[in-house]
Design a binder for this molecule. Structure first.
Ligand SMILES: Nc1ncnc2c1ncn2[C@@H]1O[C@H](COP(=O)(O)OP(=O)(O)O)[C@@H](O)[C@H]1O
Ligand SMILES: [Mg+2]
Length: 295
């Protein structure tokens, strides 16, 4: 068990007669030891090896010495209260943070044993290997076909039209969208429903044959039926890809992931098999979060 430091501020400073009533529901202040993650944060077969990762926005440290392996072909869910650093940490994995001027990343971050932040690294190639799907579906204002063909075209993955057609079809099939759109590939993507747009964005991400797909709350703008479709898709994709998903929904984490990582105020508090995190968490902060005491 971790050390608990309960401090009730009013007790020490106020005489008994005038003491303000102590709120019973005030959570105990739990000290988080920097860099210490309980459970099972490492893997024998890591796709990503991340050590002592710190992320600063200007002077503010948003990620505090996190070490984690992400295993090949696993689905790992990142959960935790809003603002605790899930998106920030996720964006380190394909250097999406590079576009934020004040953002600085320290530590060792490796993809297949190679430094992600090596200045010589081709970031466009990195992002083809480590694709990303965002919270709000963001298709280009182009046709359905051109959205999926976009990546393969810029990466020169198809020499002939027939090769490109094949990539577009197979990506849409993998994204579970082919039957719905095969007769209107020339229609503009922004006219699709939200759920279709999100599956199109997944098709666009997988069209360049990535090894990893990062998803930042991919279902939070979707209705339950569209969410169920995307979750089914994640389960299928996990056979071929490593998937990192940030989610606000604990049910979703429980349904789709193998391991779950609990973030709190920029710390990585616990990583365990998903089932364990939701049935018998090791850390009291994880327990407080999953039982709904904060979040
Ligand atoms: N572009 C940014 N510039 C400055 N601070 C940021 C930026 N993005 C996130 N932050 C800060 O970093 C912390 C972690 O944010 P974030 O990674 O978005 O958390 P989460 O995804 O868990 O909600 C928050 O305090 C947030 O305000
Ligand atoms: Mg976020």
């Amino acid at each position: 068990m971790n050390s608990v430091n309960t401090t009730i501020a009013s007790e020490a400073t106020q005489p008994v007669e005038t003491a303000v009533p102590v709120q019973e529901s005030k959570p105990a202040e739990t000290v988080i030891e920097e860099g210490k993650t309980v459970g099972n944060p490492f893997s024998n077969d890591p796709k990503f090896k991340l050590r002592d990762v710190e992320v600063f926005y200007g002077e503010t440290r948003a990620i505090k010495k996190i070490s984690l392996d992400i295993a090949r072909n696993e689905v790992i869910a990142f959960i935790g209260p809003s603002g605790c650093g899930k998106s920030t940490f996720l964006r380190c994995l394909n250097r999406m943070n590079d576009s934020i001027d004040i953002c600085r990343v320290n530590g060792t971050l490796q993809l297949d044993d190679h430094d992600i932040y090596d200045p010589k690294r081709d970031v466009v190639e990195l992002r083809a290997r480590v694709g990303m799907v965002f919270q709000k579906p963001n298709p280009f204002p182009k046709s359905i076909y051109d959205n999926v063909a976009y990546g393969p075209r810029i990466h020169g993955l198809a020499n002939r039209k027939s090769d490109l057609d094949e990539i577009v079809e197979s990506s849409l099939r993998k994204a579970g969208l082919w039957d719905e759109v095969k007769d209107r590939l020339d229609a503009t993507a922004t006219g699709m429903s939200g759920g279709q747009q999100q599956r199109l964005c997944i098709a666009r991400a997988i069209a360049v044959s990535p090894e990893v797909v990062l998803m930042d709350e991919p279902c939070s703008a979707l209705d339950p039926i569209a969410t169920a479709k995307v979750e089914e898709l994640i389960a299928e994709l996990s056979e071929s890809y490593t998937i990192v998903i940030v989610t606000h929904s604990m049910q979703q984490a429980a349904r789709v992931s193998h391991r779950t990582a609990y973030f709190h105020l920029g710390h990585l508090v616990e990583v365990n098999e998903t089932n364990k995190v939701f049935t018998s968490p090791e850390h009291e902060l994880t327990e407080s979060y999953i039982t709904g005491r904060f979040g």
